[in-house]
Design a protein around this ligand. Structure first.
Ligand SMILES: [Fe+2]
Ligand SMILES: [Fe+2]
Length: 293
């Protein structure tokens, strides 16, 4: 199998910035009140950004195989790269700047604060606010030289048939698991209703942050972190057959979280200095003084 080092620059970074993935998700799942583009129009939309997103998914769907995920888990779940306080990790994440897009894009910290502040305004529990604040911290993977398609992008189970409800399903025919009899049946290596805790997801910032925070946050928060990019389930319900009752209950929280992630973007940047003490307190309440990345 090809390891990350053998990918070319354009294969590692097919997108101009990782925000292009989330911008594309927003086009796919527009805010209900905002007039929705027809699905067909979405797919036929011809523009250069769309082509980079398409290429991003070609790479994602080609290389996110069961073995690739196991390799990444072994590599990153050792957490032997860095050790730092959560706020510092956020500042570290914010060094991930977009060098090619001249638009007034919000940086990662601003997206996280806007998500969290929208949750706070709606009066949700403080662990929900904290979840909004940290949910994309796992994107620091990009700063370790990881390919964009192994950090962001819709996530999906590996080890069983790829659903055609996943965006650009046609690219899965390029994945080695597509023709592997062990993995290409509806249930693959899993059993009906086995529960997502027994299912390996494609590798990215969601699973990585879940593994960092799993001992510290309440279960609904951990589901939001772990499955927030699993659109094929929380939007399309394509993997009901792998879920158990606990998953179904917890996915209500994942669904509650998603609009804050997608629709809280606001051109007015939040006041980081003013908000920092509140978030430092929240971090101290739930998370250890330093996290291992
Ligand atoms: Fe995310
Ligand atoms: Fe996000």
């Amino acid at each position: 199998m090809r390891d990350a080092r053998s990918f070319s620059e354009s294969e590692i970074n097919p997108l101009h910035s990782i925000e292009q993935w989330e911008d594309d998700v927003l086009k796919r799942y527009p805010e209900p009140e905002v007039p929705a583009k027809a699905k067909e129009e979405y797919r036929n939309y011809a523009d250069p950004v769309r082509d980079t997103v398409r290429e991003f998914y070609r790479l994602n769907h080609t290389y996110q195989s069961y073995d690739f995920v196991q390799e990444k888990r072994a590599e990153f779940l050792k957490f032997d790269r860095k050790e730092m306080p959560v706020w510092k990790a956020m500042e570290f994440l914010n060094t991930l700047v977009d060098d090619s897009d001249p638009d007034i894009e919000l940086d990662q910290l601003q997206h996280l604060l806007q998500t969290a502040e929208a949750i706070r305004r709606d009066g949700h529990p403080d662990w929900f606010v904290l979840t909004g604040f940290i949910h994309d911290m796992g994107k620091v993977l990009c700063l370790f030289g990881e390919p964009q398609w192994a950090v962001v992008g819709d996530t999906f189970p590996v080890g069983c048939k790829f659903s055609d409800k996943i965006v650009y399903p046609e690219f899965f025919s390029l994945n080695p698991d597509y023709t592997n009899e062990k993995y290409n049946t509806k249930l693959g290596i899993y059993s009906e209703g086995c529960g997502l805790r027994n299912v390996t997801m494609s590798w990215g910032h969601d699973e990585y942050l879940y593994q960092i925070t799993k001992d510290y946050l309440p279960d609904p928060a951990l589901y939001m972190i772990r499955y927030h990019s699993f659109y094929a389930q929380h939007r399309e319900h394509a993997y009901e057959h792998l879920m158990d009752n606990h998953d179904r209950e917890m996915f209500e929280w994942v669904k509650k979280f998603n609009p804050y992630d997608l629709y809280s973007k606001n051109p007015v940047p939040p006041n980081v200095k003013e908000l920092k003490p509140y978030y430092e307190d929240l971090i101290a309440k739930y998370l250890p003084p330093v996290v291992k990345l």
